[in-house]
Design a protein around this ligand. Structure first.
Ligand SMILES: *Cc1c(COP(=O)(O)O)cnc(C)c1O
Length: 354
């Protein structure tokens, strides 16, 4: 039994597309990929005439170290959104297989499943927003291939402990791949599920530079999983997924100075999150501020539509999450700069007294 037994047989048998850049290395006159021999003329254009490395070694090694894993267990993707799509396509046969999600949660799991023609089974979070391990495991049936667990969860901000994640992985062994989405892990400061992969071949972890590393525009995500799973996904990932300017941006962000700034930035978010949670709880019209381990707060309002409109009229855009189950009165507010957060508080306080 291998975790690959869960994957689509046709994908397992497929050969990866072999791109020109993969086939030849070491040459200095590159005439094998129909690139332009001349770089573009604008400043910073050097090297852009060449196709990028499909999985740049320096970035793979840096991300492996950052996430407590090894290079053979790392796949760098265009945002973790792409990793979700690749997992869905590699594991779920259209019209036959499916995924399990715990709503309210991140929307892309279900979107990718629907595009692939995979069924979406829901194991809702408990009324207090916590994840019940037994409910999640029980929802995984014979056709389930992927079980998603988002921690800290978007949009509620709640965290699932590593012990619980491990129990779920054990219960799903041989039945499904447990995909742990840690997009907001840096704001929680808890140990990563990547350390479970040694003992649990059915655990895969999603990470991203989009949130705590300030690089949403560069689209750099990482899947950490067993080498067999990484190898399988490399058969279906597009040949050159990572634009070279994005790779350079990621390496800069992960350098010594970049890491120093990142720690400072995350620290600022945590301080502001605590300040906003306390302040929002005293605003008339706020029913509840959900405890959050991420860089946002889910806030229940007596009049969510009114609060949304007042903020919008003042130029502040927050996320309306009232369509999520159990959050019919809630807005999700990202933690901004101190000044931006003050503006949110001022608008809500003024509106509440009007
Ligand atoms: C933002 C987010 C992502 C997507 O991140 P990208 O790397 O930018 O694609 C994945 N999962 C969750 C839960 C998110 O909130």
């Amino acid at each position: 039994m291998s975790v690959l037994d869960l994957a689509r047989p046709d994908i397992r048998e497929m050969q990866a597309y072999s791109s020109a850049r993969m086939e030849a290395s070491g040459g200095t006159v590159l005439l094998n990929a129909n690139e332009s021999a001349r770089p573009p003329s604008f400043p910073g254009g050097d090297g852009l005439n060449r196709y990028p490395d499909p999985q740049p070694r320096a970035l793979v090694e840096t991300l492996a170290e950052l996430y407590g894993s090894t290079p053979d267990r790392v796949l760098v993707t265009r945002g973790s959104d792409e990793a979700i799509d690749l997992l869905t396509r590699a594991f779920c046969r259209a019209g036959q297989d499916g995924i399990v999600i715990s709503p309210p949660t991140f929307g892309m799991y279900a979107v990718c499943a629907r595009i692939q023609g995979a069924a979406v089974v829901e194991a809702p979070l408990a009324a207090d927003g916590s994840l019940d391990a037994d409910t999640l495991v029980a929802a995984a049936g014979p056709s389930t291939k992927l079980v998603y667990l988002c921690s800290p969860n978007n949009p509620t901000g709640n965290l699932v402990g590593l012990g619980t994640i491990e129990r779920i992985a054990t219960a799903l062994a041989g039945r499904a791949l447990l995909v742990v989405d840690e997009a907001y892990a840096e704001f929680a400061g808890t140990p990563s599920a990547t350390q479970l992969i040694d003992a649990h071949e059915n655990v895969a972890v999603l990470r991203t530079l989009s949130k705590a590393w300030s690089l949403a525009g560069a689209r750099v995500g990482t899947l950490v999983a067993r080498a067999e799973v990484i190898g399988l996904l490399r058969r279906i990932i597009p040949p050159y997924p990572l634009p070279s300017p994005c790779v350079d941006a990621a390496l800069a962000a992960l350098g010594y100075e970049g890491r120093r700034v990142q720690r400072h930035h995350v620290h600022e978010v945590l301080n502001e999150r605590a300040r906003m949670a306390a302040a929002l709880a005293t605003v008339p019209g706020v029913r509840e501020v959900l405890p959050s381990h991420a860089n946002f707060l889910a806030v229940r309002f007596a009049d969510p539509a009114g609060a949304y409109q007042r903020l919008l009229s003042a130029g502040v855009v927050v996320r309306d999450i009232t369509k999520y189950p159990g959050l019919g009165d809630a807005l999700r507010i990202t933690i901004g700069t101190g000044n931006e957060n003050d503006r949110v508080l001022a608008v809500l306080r003024a509106g509440a007294s009007a």
